[in-house]
Design a protein. Structure first.
Length: 206
C-alpha cells in the first residue's frame, strides 16, 4: 500500500473486493493527520519560534513516527480482513469442520477488531499533537492544525465502526470489553477535535 499510487488505491477501494475497505481508510486518515501535524511543526521551527524549539522537535519526531505507524496499520487492516474472509470460506460439512471454522472466525474477528482499535489510539495521539500546536504553531499554517484535528477525528470515528462491526462475533468477554472500551473513547476524541477546529476558525479573518 505504501508504494501504490493514490489512483490505484482508490480503484481497489471502489472494487468489489474484501480489502482494502473502511479500516484501511481509517488508518490513512490517521497517517494524513500525523503528516499535517509534522508539516505545521516544521513550519514552526525558525528563530521566531525559538521559545518552543524543543517542543516542536518532539512534535515533529512523534508525528513522523505516528505517520509511519498508521501507514503500517492500513496494511495490517487489509491483511486482517482478508483472514476474516478466508475463515468464513472454510468448509462446514462435518461437526469437526464447523467447530474449526467457528474458532477460526472468532480468532480472525479479534484480529480484525484490534487493528482499528489501535488506529483509534493513534488518532487520539495525533489529535494531542494538534492541541499542542494550536497555541504555539505558525499562524500562517494554522488551518492545517484544524485539518489535522479533523483527519484524526475521521480516523477515530471510521475506526470505531470497524471495531464495532466485529464485536458481535467475539465471544471472549474480556476481549470484547477491552475493544468496546476503546470504541467508547471516540466520543471524547470527537469533542476535542471540534474544539481545535472551532478555535482555529475563531482566529481566522472572515
Amino acid at each position: 500500500m505504501r508504494t501504490d499510487t493514490i489512483e490505484n488505491f482508490l480503484a481497489q477501494l471502489a472494487a468489489r473486493v474484501p480489502a482494502p475497505g473502511g479500516g484501511a481508510t481509517a488508518a490513512l486518515h490517521a497517517a494524513q493527520a500525523a503528516a499535517l501535524g509534522a508539516m505545521v511543526a516544521r513550519y514552526s521551527d525558525s528563530a521566531k519560534f525559538a521559545e518552543h524549539a524543543d517542543e516542536m522537535a518532539t512534535i515533529t519526531a512523534t508525528a513522523d513516527r505516528l505517520r509511519e505507524n498508521a501507514l503500517g496499520l492500513a496494511e495490517d487492516d487489509a491483511a486482517a480482513f482478508t483472514e476474516v474472509t478466508k475463515a468464513y470460506g472454510l468448509p462446514k460439512g462435518t461437526p469437526e469442520e464447523v467447530t474449526a471454522r467457528s474458532a477460526a472466525i472468532a480468532q480472525a474477528l479479534v484480529a480484525a477488531a484490534q487493528v482499528p482499535a489501535i488506529v483509534i489510539a493513534v488518532g487520539e495521539q495525533v489529535l494531542g499533537l494538534a492541541e499542542q500546536l494550536l497555541p504555539i504553531g505558525n499562524r500562517n499554517v494554522i488551518s492545517d492544525v484544524a485539518a489535522a484535528a479533523e483527519a484524526a477525528r475521521a480516523a477515530a470515528t471510521t475506526a470505531r465502526v470497524n471495531v464495532e462491526i466485529n464485536l458481535g462475533g467475539i465471544k471472549d468477554p474480556a476481549t470484547w470489553g477491552e475493544l468496546a472500551a476503546v470504541a467508547d473513547t471516540v466520543d471524547d476524541i470527537v469533542l476535542r477535535a471540534e474544539k481545535v477546529t472551532a478555535a482555529v476558525r475563531d482566529g481566522l479573518v472572515r
